[in-house]
Design a protein around this ligand. Structure first.
Ligand code: ATP
Length: 428
């Protein structure tokens, strides 16, 4: 059977991936684990999320599904932060006999949960239409993520994936500052990059894989395969680890991006890949955010932002000028596209005019009077018009991303890009 769980944490503690790690061990009393557990990131713009909008799915071979269901439900009751208004847990159970019939339905639901906004009643009516065993708590919003995570497990071949090794803290340490040796993350990165990524941010000299919130995660190492993330994790020197899990995940895959043919089809709370032309000089607004509009063929415009947390990425964005052709990836909120990645397709050519040079002494000639061209007084040479010179742009066409410290979970880092013909400039 497949177990999907979601929405158990609050900003004061817990984490659905930690409950997943506990269940992975505990459910072995009722059967055998059949696949790597899944950590599925859903629509990053959803306002109900606590942090990264994650849901978890586990796959188990069991002949006592009833016992699995009651165990999962009782562990959610014990561990979920029900006191928090935003915590509305859900658990969904897919029995093996229903795998085939539910595979396409939940595959579509997964895509919708990653790219779109779903009403709770849609999840509930799907559950009742197909008779899916489930348990919602409070308003049951977590049923949305739980169904989506089950859809991911049923359709593993349908989506690009990466892996994350998540290490969890001992319970008595929760809420206290994490004791980690910073240098060990840089060492692990040197040894395993580019097969692992976003462990550290070299440009900003930051460890980015250690959270700062009260949740049980000590660190998470992301990478191409289970072996490499575990190799890097083993190099970390830190406080004792209570347990760890390697999750298969859709992080770093760009699964959230829709292709927008034009700006008029763009909606808030959705994420896009969108081509357009820079239509005004980027402005830096209070707070250090850099904003500029792009225009599509139909003349529609949208504001695009490199927010302050994107750090040095803003330096690049400030170099754009009207007429530059770009493809942007990012999420749209309040009518502004929050840039995760930029492909600069073509740069406008800039020109300046200067007085012609004397072919003899190589110095610039002087004007010989209105309408009389230019003359070198010393050598007596003449020229009729000014020279038009191309100004070199301090920017190159190619693909750029925000630094690791500003990366969205779903955003594909350039180190994973295997595009032919596009120059790639990873942000490290
Ligand atoms: P947790 O560790 O508890 O999973 P989180 O940061 O991942 O923390 P949640 O607490 O799960 O965030 O909150 C997200 C809520 O939004 C969940 O109830 C989930 O079911 C719901 N949700 C996820 N994707 C969508 C979507 N596309 N449309 C509507 N609701 C969604």
């Amino acid at each position: 059977m497949i177990v999907g769980i979601d929405d158990t944490d609050s900003d004061k503690g817990m984490c659905t991936t930690y409950l997943g790690a506990l269940l992975l061990e505990e459910l072995q009393a009722y059967g055998t684990v059949e696949a790597l557990p899944l950590l599925v990131r859903l629509n990053p713009t959803i306002p109900y999320k606590t942090r990264g909008n994650a849901a978890v799915a586990l796959k188990l071979k069991t002949d006592c599904p009833e016992k699995v269901i009651s165990h999962v439900v009782s562990r959610i009751e014990e561990l979920a932060r029900m006191e928090c208004e935003k915590t509305n847990p859900g658990a969904v159970f897919i029995l093996e006999k229903d795998y085939e019939s539910l595979k396409p339905v939940l595959g579509r639901f997964l895509k919708e949960a990653v790219r779109d906004v779903i009403e709770i009643r849609k999840a509930k009516s799907l559950i009742s239409e197909y008779g899916i065993p489930s348990q919602g708590f409070k308003n049951g919003r977590g049923l949305i993520g739980s169904l989506a995570a089950c859809g991911a497990m049923l359709n593993l071949e349908e989506w690009d994936h990466t892996f994350e090794h998540l290490a969890y803290r001992q319970k008595e340490k929760w809420g206290t500052p994490r004791e980690v040796e910073k240098e060990s993350f840089f060492e692990a990165d040197r040894e395993t990059y580019p097969e692992t990524w976003d462990t550290v941010d070299l440009t900003n000299n930051l460890v980015v894989c250690v959270p700062h919130s009260a949740d049980p995660v000590l660190f998470g190492i992301r990478g191409d395969n289970p072996e490499i993330v575990t190799k890097a994790a083993c190099m970390i020197r830190a406080e004792p680890v209570e347990r760890f899990v390697v999750y298969r995940t859709n992080q770093g895959t760009d699964m959230h991006l829709l292709c927008a043919a034009n700006i008029s089809e763009i909606r808030n709370m959705h994420s896009y890949r969108l081509e357009g032309t820079v239509s005004a000089v980027p402005k830096t607004i209070p707070g250090g955010h850099v904003i500029f509009p792009i225009r599509d063929e139909g003349g529609d415009e949208i504001d695009c932002a490199a927010f302050e947390p994107t750090k040095n990425f803003r330096v690049l964005v400030r170099k754009l000028i009207p007429g530059d052709r770009v493809i942007l990836s990012g999420s749209v909120s309040s009518g502004t596209l929050n840039i995760e990645k930029i492909e600069i397709k073509t740069l406008v050519l800039l020109h300046t005019e200067e007085n012609p040079k004397c072919p003899v002494c190589k110095k610039h000639m002087k004007s010989a009077g209105q309408g009389q061209g230019f003359r070198c007084k010393k050598c007596g040479t003449q020229a009729s018009s000014k020279l038009i010179c191309e100004v070199e742009r301090d920017l190159k066409a190619g693909l750029y991303d925000v630094p690791p410290c500003a990366r969205r979970h779903l955003s594909k880092p350039l180190v994973r890009e295997k595009l032919s013909g596009v120059r790639v400039f990873p942000s490290r």
